[in-house]
Design a protein around this ligand. Structure first.
Ligand code: PEP
Ligand code: MN
Length: 264
């Protein structure tokens, strides 16, 4: 169902209020790795509004490698995130980790993110298929493109066609950076499916100094959008500070991505 052979016309996902994701536009989604406080949300929202970015990312349920690390503000954090974004005309993308959270989260979310670690959680995918909210599905940490496509097929075959695929880097033996951002995936996925393809350069390379270059490369590779991490003080971020841009860097990135997209 997700194949270009089945549907030639590219899928576009309408989040309302003129925010559409898919071929014909370039979508920018930005925000902190984790939602941390009301003040932080306000500062990021202000930064996004100033730069005409319409979608904010931010985790309230965080999949952390260590159980002792900060694991997110949970549903209360999401409700605060939702209130501030609504007041400012910003859409929300946030990660859902398990089936039981869908019902609690659904009224406060515009796009459900499925993280790399849950990319093959088939029960979660089935339930998101039934839920009818847009889904950004990340590639697994060591996932093949075929596995990503089959995961999307789980959601689609349950009746939810509003899916975007996300390349976020795969694990390799190279340890000079966090992951290997596989930009090969972009044209290949675009050829194979009618779904929008989004790139996450922050997790893809994991080092803030190179996020801009990889984002620009993603634009030129044909991505329909980029999702990246930004924070008012990256060095104080609760998670993923090393790959997070400050607002000055973020502003420059937004400007350069828009310039690059105009040349594509
Ligand atoms: C995130 O977006 O902060 C995240 C945890 O991403 P991933 O699932 O790609 O590691
Ligand atoms: Mn992160």
């Amino acid at each position: 169902l997700i194949s270009r052979k089945w549907k030639v016309e590219p899928t576009r996902i309408d989040l309302g209020d003129g925010v559409v994701i898919g071929e014909g536009q370039f979508s920018i989604m930005a925000g902190p790795c984790s939602i941390e406080s009301e003040k932080q949300i306000e500062l990021v929202v202000q930064h996004l509004v100033e730069n005409n970015v319409k979608i904010m990312r931010g985790g309230v349920f965080k999949p952390r490698s260590s159980p002792y690390a900060f694991r997110g503000l949970g549903l209360e954090g999401l409700q605060m995130f939702h209130r501030i974004c609504r007041e400012n005309g910003i859409k929300i993308i946030t990660e859902v980790m398990q089936v039981s959270q869908i019902e609690d989260m659904i009224d406060y979310v515009d796009v459900f993110q499925v993280g790399a670690r849950n990319s093959q959680n088939f029960n979660l995918l089935d339930s998101l298929g039934a839920a009818q909210k847009p889904v950004l599905l990340k590639r697994g940490i060591s996932g093949t493109l075929e596995e990503l496509l089959q995961a999307a097929e789980y959601i689609f075959s349950n009746g939810n066609e509003k899916i975007m695929l996300c390349e976020r880097g795969i694990r390799s033996y190279e340890n000079s950076y966090r992951n290997v951002l596989d930009l090969n995936a972009v044209p290949v996925l675009k050829a194979k499916t009618h779904l929008p393809v989004i790139v996450d350069p922050s997790h893809g390379i994991g080092l803030r100094d190179y996020v801009e270059e990889m984002s620009l490369a993603a634009v030129m590779a044909g991505a329909d959008g980029v999702i990246y991490e930004t924070h008012q003080k990256p060095e104080e971020a609760f998670s993923d500070g090393q790959q997070t841009l400050n607002f000055k860097e973020s502003e420059r990135l937004i400007r350069r991505m828009r310039q690059a997209y105009a040349l594509r």
